[in-house]
Write a protein that binds this ligand. Structure first.
Ligand SMILES: [Zn+2]
Length: 567
């Protein structure tokens, strides 16, 4: 991209420094040049689903030189990055990274939410009245999938518009919502179809799979990987940073009776009702993603044009493994040891195609995770509840439903979804019940449950601006057209029935909001910062480096440690 005359800018800043006598004050910290004379040719976003920051340090001794160590030895790590919204789930997380704002603005309040008019919940990437459906899917055939529920632009969208529609954003993931939301409205997105083991897309993007993707699918790598046995990459006795493999806090893979190594995938696939989705509970699901990433880079020639391009890689197996086995497990440790190898391989691949300053990598996570509650309970750490076999959402729904019926003489509870309680407004109108009164009663009842931390009526969000604390986080998760009547959140370490395993995320507590942010390549200085930042600061940071506009709903701030740093 052409830029202003550099000499002119230098002369100008010298003159300014002399005028204001500040030349000495900033001798060691220089702002990057304005506008950037060269932008990165390629931005690569790597979102590791459910990655906690401590995985970087806990498994450090196991990492080789080419993966995480290379990124940290040369890049910049933010150690105090936390989400600014309270319902920490995959859809809201990825959208917040690339739109630079919170669910309150981008509108994605959960992975799904209840829609009273439809009488059911919708998926975050399902637009019920749209005609866009999947292309190339087996079981996923006919699913309505598009980014239409995301109410603002992403950094990739702005780059596309800014570049005269020349910049491209391509987004890949195992999960549809991850690929779709990271790709924005003007990019392309490809995700995994468990029924066929193929990567698919939606008519929102194109009517047929591109030839290179068809060829990639024809390689049938998923089928090949499903012949493998998942065993620890290194001798398991060296995995001293995680608890014993055999323990009561883990869920076996589908078709298995025990949650221990080795896991013979071919044997699992011979049990009834199995599909290629099993890959997503093993590191091989994300290995497959890196293979696809390399193919996309080569086939689409990303980063080779006159304007910058973007590649978004969403690593979903990390999340599913975390749900099944928990953050303290041998399986999670093995996943990160393998991810380190995948990263090293991918960086080496980039070395073969680009100079280091031509590409910019940003790595983060869509949310964290908490330890398995039962495990903490057995170490006498309070978990808010001790009956680990109950499904909290169901208990809450049953008890709250009964309470409201006793109190008001009618069934008023429609659903509890995305930490929102949805009440039956038609019924309340028929019975001439004041919704505010029913909401307050709902709050009072929920507050009496031992696993509930607190609940708040949305009436309060209409009247008060909560800017701090947990209520501030929950307020950033409130989007009037989609939110319910009351928002409710659990005590720390209480799993809110997210996912299918033994533990999860989704709460406003630091276990779930705290994630790493790591920048590498391009003009990124080496260093680290403990400044309080958020993943929603990433979009505007990228926009600064790309000289492009901030996303339309952006509320985050560019990470100044990267922009105004010693060079
Ligand atoms: Zn999850």
């Amino acid at each position: 991209m052409k830029s202003l005359d550099h000499k002119f800018l230098v002369a100008c800043s010298l003159a300014c420094a002399l005028l204001f006598g500040s030349a000495g004050a900033h001798a060691e910290t220089e702002p990057a040049r304005l506008p950037h004379e060269h932008t990165p040719r390629l931005v690569i976003g790597i979102a590791v689903d459910q990655m906690r920051p401590d995985y970087l340090y806990r498994f450090w001794n196991h990492y080789g030189d080419g993966g995480f160590r290379r990124l940290l030895d040369d890049g910049f790590l933010f150690r105090n990055a936390k989400y600014r919204h309270g319902h920490t789930a995959t859809g809201p997380g990825h959208a917040s990274v690339y739109t630079g704002t919170t669910p309150r603005i981008h509108g994605l309040i959960g992975n799904s939410w209840f829609v009273p008019e439809l009488g059911r919940s919708i998926n975050v990437v399902e637009v019920p009245d749209s005609d866009y459906t999947t292309v190339g899917g087996g079981a996923a055939a006919g699913q309505r999938r598009s980014p239409g529920n995301m109410m603002v632009t992403t950094v990739g969208d702005e780059l596309f518009l800014f570049s005269g529609e020349r910049s491209r954003t391509m987004s890949i993931s195992f999960k549809d919502r991850t690929a779709i939301l990271s790709g924005g409205h003007t990019g392309s997105a490809y995700w995994f179809d468990p029924a066929t083991g193929n990567f698919i897309t939606s008519t929102f993007y194109r009517d047929e799979l591109p030839a290179w993707l068809q060829a990639f699918n024809d390689r049938q790598l998923a089928r090949e990987f499903l012949q493998r046995t998942w065993e620890p990459a290194r001798p398991i006795e060296t995995y001293v940073e995680s608890r014993p493999d055999r323990n009561p806090y883990e869920r076996p893979l589908p078709g298995m009776f025990r949650a221990t190594f080795p896991m013979d995938l071919a044997e699992i696939m011979r049990t009834p009702n199995r599909d290629a989705g099993v890959l997503g509970v093993t590191p091989f699901g994300d290995e497959l993603l890196f293979e696809l990433a390399k193919t996309v880079l080569v086939e689409e020639q990303l980063g080779r044009g006159e304007v910058p391009d973007m590649l978004m890689i969403g690593l979903s197996a990390a999340d599913i493994i975390g749900h099944y086995f928990g953050p303290a497990s041998k399986q999670v440790q093995d996943y990160y040891i393998r991810l380190d190898e995948y990263l090293a391989d991918f960086l080496e691949f980039l070395d073969g195609h680009f100079e280091r300053e031509e590409y910019l990598i940003v790595m983060t996570a869509d949310h964290g995770a908490h330890y398995v509650p039962q495990y903490l309970h057995n170490h006498r750490i309070p978990t808010g509840h001790s009956n680990f076999h109950t499904r909290i959402n169901e208990v809450m729904r049953e008890q709250l439903g009964q309470h409201l019926e006793r109190r008001f003489g009618a069934e008023l509870l429609l659903a509890i979804s995305a930490m929102n309680v949805f009440l039956d407004h038609e019924r309340m109108a028929d019975l001439r019940l004041d919704p505010a009164v029913v909401r307050n009663e709902t709050v009072r009842f929920l507050q009496s449950l031992d696993f509930v931390s607190d609940a708040i009526s949305v009436d309060l969000f209409e009247q008060t601006e909560f800017t701090e604390g947990v209520r501030g986080l929950m307020m950033q998760n409130y989007f009037r057209p989609r939110s319910g009547d009351v928002m409710v959140w659990m005590t720390p370490h209480t799993r809110g029935d997210l996912g299918t395993g033994f533990t999860g995320h989704g709460t406003p507590w630091t276990t779930d909001t705290h994630v790493p942010i790591l920048f590498y390549g391009y003009d990124i200085p080496h260093g680290q910062s403990s400044a309080p930042v958020a993943p929603s600061d990433i979009a505007s940071t990228l926009a600064v480096f790309l000289n492009s506009p901030f996303p339309s709903g952006n509320t985050g701030n560019p990470l100044n440690d990267l922009i105004y740093a010693p060079r």
